[in-house]
Design a protein around this ligand. Sequence first.
Ligand code: EPZ
Length: 422
Amino acid sequence: MDQIIVTGNGPLNGAIPIAGAKNACLTLMPATLLSEEPLTLTNAPRLSDIRTMTALLQSLGAEVTAMNDGKVLALSSHGLDNHTADYDIVRKMRASILVLGPMLARDGHAVVSLPGGCAIGARPVDLHLKALEAMGAELDLREGYVHAKAPGGLKGGVVDFPIVSVGATENALMAATLAKGTTVLNNAAREPEIVDLAQCLRRMGAQIEGEGTSEITIQGVDRLNGATHPVVTDRIELGTYMLAPAICGGEVTCLGGRMDLVAAFAEKLDEAGVDVTETPEGLTVKRRGDRVRAVDVTTEPFPGFPTDLQAQMMALLCTADGVSVLEEKIFENRFMHAPELLRMGAKIEVHGGTAKVTGVERLKGAPVMATDLRASVSLILAGLAAEGETVVSRVYHLDRGYERVEEKLMACGAKIERVRET
Ligand code: EPZ
């Protein structure tokens, strides 16, 4: 398994291009199942998760062709010949569950493996299933698979989500586009990835109102057409790279960054003593003094502070002046980066969903291990500012969500290299 070696090397200066959003692309790709016409996605990120979703769609009989070095994906599902999403693919990536709604809406039947948990939590899919049942789906859970049927097609219905779920909102939104009648999603997720999906579906001929708010209304149509759609900028990659100059010093412009994608996060950075300026090229970030101030963080659904930036923010706060409290309210086990940061000299006390971080002047490089996607990049950020060398192992986690991370950081002066497993 590859390792990444990063050595503290002072301030970073330069520009980092931000790619298309992994979490938008992973729901836009299954949307091809809703139409027999071709769907083209531009600004697609080059990530292993995208390759996993490609393999899953191809296993169903869809065609997926990556062009322009993977930045353009040409998808077509005119010949779906398999309606079963196998466990061996689904277990690798829980976003695979997002083929359920579209397949069921298009052909009235689907068999999808339950995803199983992952490092950050049990991550059930009960809300996905309840939403589809509210549209008339008949579901039968057998041997770890969901056997879904919609004889006569899905029907419009009212879906009341008891908690905000990004994936369940996406599954329901896609399914509702072809349901007979009107569907209302209450307490829907408001993430930019949902807005991006709705805009793509509308390009395909769907009738949707209210995306980006807690209530989305969909008027079902008989069929959807093909479309070409640009994947929205990745707000989590954006936030991650905004933290690089915050933790190291210097000034970095994140190309393509938009303030509306990271408003709550940028506000927290400002509170900690980091300037974020919106320019025509993107977001320019510069720390005001020699050290950030401690701030408290609570993760929430969008537009609140994103859970996917909690690990990265913790790395910054490990070097802050003062004591910070981070509350993780979305997932039940998302502090696995803490023990690794402790190995670098951080002072962190975890009690359930709360982590108390007492900032230290400087972290010390150490061998550390990535445990999940966002934890892995928080260790890279910590290593950029630490004294000496940090060796991050199990970087396959990193490659799921960050394209060419060492190239992007090296271009700003970071001392970072990937050691390929011999
Ligand atoms: C999406 O996961 C993202 N993944 C996650 O990003 C992100 O952390 C999460 O949304 C929250 O923003 C993709 O978009 C592919 P949820 P998702 O359904 O849809 C519970 C990353 O690092 N829940 O909004 O799975 C769930 O356990 C990944 O890129 C149920 O109880 O998240 C969690 O506690 C990690 N039942 C909460 O809701 C369900 O049926 C929010 O989960 C579904 C979810």
